[in-house]
Design a binder for this molecule. Structure first.
Ligand code: PHB
Length: 395
């Protein structure tokens, strides 16, 4: 009797276990900026995510799928981002969190992912300190120290004596200013003036007028990528700084690839340091740019935001595939530590010690090639670790 009931029950249990083992949906919460005046950056991020999903869905083992649950933070709004992360974790039960353009939002989410043990793969937010705020954070994007510190050394070695810094008054701007100033003054350069500007929709004209009056060799600028960068470039043109012989330099956020056509010729000659250029001459980048154009239009160039979020999805696929869809938070973090990838930007790695990205930085100049503006890479600094963490290591 017992045997008669036991066998079918056993078979049913085995079938259930097998189907559970083979049909797995990994829920990934994406916090991005889909609406509001800063949504252009969010669009770039989403394009990178969607492109990776489209091209690589086939790489997932049979029965395993990834469900993206998208939420709109509407811009640098930490309270909104925190609420969205809370809901994604407790109500939607996401196993991974990703996205996040804005530093204040990433900082607001950090304590939640620590408490809930939800791995959080940051696709943009670039203030150095973010990764120190939770052991469940890994960053695939960049830090402002990574670009602005080597740029400061380059500026000091390449004939710039007096530089005026103009940055957005929040985490990444303050980091960019500090990193540039340290390397530039260590190399013998002088800061002609330092001014911080409001983050959202500032009128750049009065700030640039003050910079012009100080007669520096160059203006170093950080504003968030996308539309703010174009507005800054236009104001630089309107006030005639280029004509007065003042150079423009900064992290690559200020000459983001997708905005170059809208910036116009005033952008030519701008020197930036960054980890990604759509003009980068690498096989992985050629393939990425071709796939991007096939998807979104031949005239559209991917920006670093698209490239970084594409890589972020590669990291997510890596942890999903390695665990056959059964996401364990600590195993996930172990899989991310030391993860290497042949990215469109060149080789990248997640530093096992800091969970921050290690990548090449490229010195670039905006040039017109075949009638089109591009960030031409002219020098490579290989595999740069976040200098802020290197300089602040506890011995
Ligand atoms: C940030 O908020 O960390 C941020 C936003 C836009 C950028 C860079 C950094 O271009």
């Amino acid at each position: 009797m017992r045997k008669r009931y036991f066998m079918p029950a056993l078979l049913a249990a085995m079938a259930l276990t097998c189907s559970l083992a083979f049909a797995q949906t990994v829920k990934v919460g994406v916090i991005n900026t889909y609406t509001g005046p800063l949504a252009a950056a969010g669009d770039q991020m989403q394009r990178g995510i969607d492109l990776y999903m489209k091209l690589h869905q086939k790489d997932l083992p049979p029965g395993i799928s990834i469900e993206l649950i998208k939420r709109d933070d509407t811009g640098p709004n930490p309270e909104v981002a925190k609420r969205l992360a809370q809901e994604l974790i407790t109500r939607d039960k996401v196993q991974l969190l990703t996205g996040v353009i804005w530093t204040p939002n990433a900082l607001a989410i950090a304590p939640l992912v620590t408490e809930a043990k939800v791995p959080f793969i940051i696709m943009n937010a670039g203030t150095a300190i973010i990764t120190t705020k939770s052991p469940y954070i890994a960053r695939v994007s960049f830090t402002l120290w990574q670009s602005s510190y080597p740029l400061g050394s380059w500026a000091a070695k390449n004939g710039l004596k007096n530089v005026y810094t103009l940055v957005s008054d929040y985490g990444p701007g303050i980091d960019a200013e500090a990193a540039f100033t340290k390397a530039f003054t260590d190399g013998g350069g002088k800061i002609a003036g330092s001014v911080r500007m409001p983050v959202t929709a500032p009128d750049f004209v009065p700030f640039l007028q003050r910079a012009k009056d100080a007669k520096p060799d160059a203006v170093f600028c950080f504003v968030p990528a996308a539309k703010a960068a174009t507005a800054f470039m236009k104001a630089f043109d309107d006030l005639g700084l280029r004509g007065a012989g003042i150079k423009l330099i900064g992290p690559g956020d200020i000459t983001t690839d997708e905005e170059l056509p809208g910036m116009g010729d005033v952008a030519i000659g701008t020197i930036t340091m960054h980890h990604y250029s759509a003009a980068g001459d690498r096989p992985a980048n050629k393939a990425f740019v071709a796939a991007y154009k096939a998807e979104y239009g031949a005239k559209d160039e991917p920006s670093f935001l698209a490239a970084d979020s594409y890589d972020g999805m590669a990291a997510i696929f890596h942890v999903v595939i390695a665990q056959h869809g059964n996401i364990d938070p600590d195993k996930t973090m172990d899989l991310l530590k030391g993860w290497k990838y042949d990215s469109p930007r060149g080789p990248i790695m997640i530093d096992p010690e800091t969970r921050d990205i290690v990548q090449n930085e490229y010195l670039r100049r905006v040039e017109k090639v075949n009638g089109q503006l591009q960030n031409t890479e002219i020098e490579t600094i290989p595999m740069v670790k976040d200098p802020w963490k290197e300089l602040n290591k506890t011995k």
